[in-house]
Design a protein around this ligand. Structure first.
Ligand SMILES: [Fe+2]
Length: 314
């Protein structure tokens, strides 16, 4: 088995944990609390340029998680400095930085309508159906906003999982999307980390996203690919033409902002990264999170996104 086990979680910055709980737990069903930690977050010195990064970090799993929705959500509220940094200016979709978190969802339209019509969730893209890739895999998608206007996608991979008999429901995280400078460099890099199954590749501008780009900005070209790993959630690198400004923002900014790749044995993962020549931002960090330990370190991907390796024993 590969050392690397797909995306363990999507990291989402929040400005108020009560508001975030109402949204992620009560509206979207991420009710399984793996840990709820408040304190120093070491190992981020190179990323946050401070020795005293402090945050509340809550790791949530979905009660209906499945193979197509295996990822968790990590809510992060920065407590040092001025608190949660703002959503990076200029984000449309696909600028370097995290673009979205996507949840696998059976009966996307019913779930979307319930949230938008009855629970005050803001729509960012009405439900639509498409078929992607050489195999014309069918899917239904829709987008809405998190409380700070971060992008949350719903996807029903009907063509990958056609006959699951179940009522409408959200499952866990299916993938995270992020903008990159060079599609081939990024996909070669992440294939080494176990993201080997390319589900689709698209080189056409995705028209329904047009309203997301600032007025006056020319609509960019879109090159998107989506990769799944043997375990865990997937990744969706996006390359804009022309490239836009760097929208990684500060670590902990509101909205989707980082992700973690799961491993069973973090020491083995360090050896593997060294073998691959991948640089780490710190040694292994261990947080006491009550009934368990949260072990992680951040490493440098080709765009120096905020990406960590996490041992999945919490
Ligand atoms: Fe997506």
């Amino acid at each position: 088995m590969s050392t690397f086990q797909g995306v363990d979680h999507a990291g989402i910055g929040v400005a108020d944990m009560d508001v975030a709980f109402d949204y992620w737990m009560h509206k979207l069903g991420f009710t399984e609390v793996f840990f709820d930690y408040t304190g120093p977050v070491p190992g981020l010195e190179e990323i946050t340029k401070t020795k005293s990064t402090k945050a509340r970090i809550v790791m949530l799993g979905h009660k209906n998680t499945t193979r197509l929705g295996p990822g968790k959500v990590k809510l992060v509220q920065r407590l040092d400095g001025d608190g949660a940094p703002p959503y990076p200016a200029g984000i449309g979709y696909g600028e370097v930085g995290l673009a979205e978190v996507c949840l696998h969802t059976l009966h996307t339209e019913k779930i979307f309508r319930e949230l938008v019509d009855n629970h005050g969730v803001k729509s960012l893209m009405e439900p639509l159906s498409a078929a992607v890739g050489e195999q014309q895999i069918e899917l239904d998608i829709a987008y809405f906003a998190d409380p700070w206007m971060g992008k949350v996608e719903l996807i029903d991979w009907k063509g990958l999982w056609t006959s699951r008999p179940a009522k409408p429901r959200i499952e866990g995280v299916n993938h995270v999307a992020f903008g990159v400078h060079d599609m081939k460099v990024t996909t070669d890099f992440y294939q080494q980390l176990g993201f080997t199954d390319r589900i689709f590749e698209s080189t056409e501008f995705f028209g329904p996203m047009a309203p997301w780009y600032q007025v006056g900005r020319a609509l960019p070209g879109h090159h998107m690919t989506l990769w799944l790993s043997g375990k865990g959630a997937g990744i969706e690198p996006v390359r804009l033409t022309p490239l836009w400004e760097d929208c990684r923002g500060e670590w902990g900014h509101v909205g989707p902002m980082d992700f973690g790749i799961g491993v069973q044995n973090i020491k083995k993962a360090v050896e593997e990264l060294k073998r691959l020549g991948i640089e780490m931002h710190s040694d292994i960090q261990v947080l006491d999170v009550g009934n368990s330990e949260f072990k992680y370190f951040y490493f440098k991907d080709p765009d120096d996104q905020y990406v960590s390796i996490v041992e999945t024993s919490y």
